[in-house]
Ligand binder design. Structure first.
Ligand code: SAM
Length: 238
């Protein structure tokens, strides 16, 4: 009960009113993560408050700067232990969510976790962005693609923009002054059919941690040659 109250208070601080069900699902996800963290490397953050703030609240800050109305489908690229995809799915239960990661063990764990949380409309896919970005099941199918702590922007743009529908968005979770990174990604964005729309900065309440969201709008189709072969985007960023 105490934990539910605490979680609701943290969410109130970012203007989100959690239902009991949402708070329970988040708590259950926290417990599952801790339990499975003993068997596989999921996260270095295990202390309760730190986990709530740095994983749940951080993932959810996006809702304060992006209009989620009209977003029906979301792909989280390099989701790892489910961030930010799982908290976003819990907050917006009608979202159709695809969680992608290159590490099969994590993907298998996430499928089990979604099942035990009773989350419907989540598909967990093992694969690399460079391959899945050419698969017609995923290419240009999503209203929104998000990614946290996966790579530098020029690489991320090549990984993520191919998944986005024309008119949809790609939002990168970044943590420092991103001006230089944004400039370096200009070429990639224009080659992939996207344009920078906005940079939003949010602070995780009760901390000094700043989260920067870099938002791109997909303005035209991604040419067939992108993303390039596995490993190429990170070795030779556009
Ligand atoms: N997004 C999570 C978070 O913020 O906690 C996990 C971040 S973890 C540092 C990076 C994850 O990205 C890893 O789980 C890794 O397997 C995945 N990843 C890296 N490159 C990838 C690629 N090209 N395609 C798919 N997943 C990738």
């Amino acid at each position: 009960m105490e934990k539910i109250r605490k979680l609701k208070k943290y969410y109130n601080n970012i203007n989100i009113e959690l239902t009991d069900r949402q708070a329970e699902q988040l708590l259950q996800f926290y417990s599952l993560t801790l339990e499975w963290n003993e068997r596989m490397n999921l996260t270095a953050i295990v202390e309760e408050d730190e986990f709530f703030l740095k994983h749940f609240i951080d993932s959810s800050l996006l809702a304060g700067c992006l209009d989620m109305n009209g977003v029906e489908s979301l792909l989280d690229l390099g989701t790892g232990a489910g961030f930010p995809g799982i908290p976003l799915k819990i907050l917006f239960p009608s979202l159709q969510v695809v969680l992608v990661d290159a590490l099969n063990k994590r993907v298998q764990y996430l499928a089990m976790a979604c099942d035990s949380l009773g989350l419907e409309g989540v598909v967990c896919i093992h694969g690399r962005a460079e391959d899945l970005g050419h698969d017609t099941l995923y290419r240009e199918r999503f209203d929104l693609c998000v990614s946290r702590a996966v790579s530098e922007l020029p690489v991320l743009v090549e990984y993520c923009v191919p998944f986005v529908k024309i008119g949809g968005s790609f939002v990168a979770y970044k943590s420092k002054d991103v001006r230089k990174e944004v400039e370096m990604a200009e070429n990639a964005a224009s080659l992939l059919g996207a344009r920078l729309k906005a940079v939003h900065e949010e602070r995780i309440p009760e901390t000094e941690i700043l989260r920067t969201f870099v938002e791109y709008e997909k303005t035209g189709p991604t040419p067939d040659k992108y993303p390039r072969k596995s490993g190429k985007p990170s070795k030779k960023p556009l």
